[in-house]
Design a protein around this ligand. Sequence first.
Ligand SMILES: [Zn+2]
Length: 186
Amino acid sequence: MDDSQNKDSEHMGWMQEAMNMAEEALAAGEVPVGCVFVRDGWAIAKARNRTNEFRNATRHAELEAIDVILSDIELTPAISEYPLATTTLYVTVEPCIMCASALRQLGIKEVIFGCGNERFGGCGSVLGVNAELKHPVLPAYKATGGYRREEAILILRRFYITENTNAPIPKSKANRVLKTDIPPAS
Ligand SMILES: [Zn+2]
């Protein structure tokens, strides 16, 4: 294997860990998005979406993990300008505008994601918060999608096909079928 193949298999491995967190989110009735933060070859934090649990639309997987990293004295021993400068994020869905901005403020090294986020994506789909948008101080970061993209899309579909079955007036979704065709990345 050459270097890029090695890098790809490394990315696929970490993305599998992120997918495992997305599965956990799905099992808990949350929009299935999962992530893992990797530093020096180690997963320093794993998290998943918890927006329903806390009834708080900002409790995205990325921010959940960031809270853990920044509050752990071993992971963040001193206050520094860019505490994530040596840390790579793997996340199943492109970070939203809010998370993409938080990651830039904390100086994330790089972001690897699964599928794009056409409605809220902050790494190019809606806004290029990671790099395209010029900022006078904050460093840009590289964000690359397409790792386990189809899996990331399919687990979201699995969620949206079953959601609201506990609602007071359930919408009839009995006739819905899981679409498994995936359009090519744009
Ligand atoms: Zn987000």
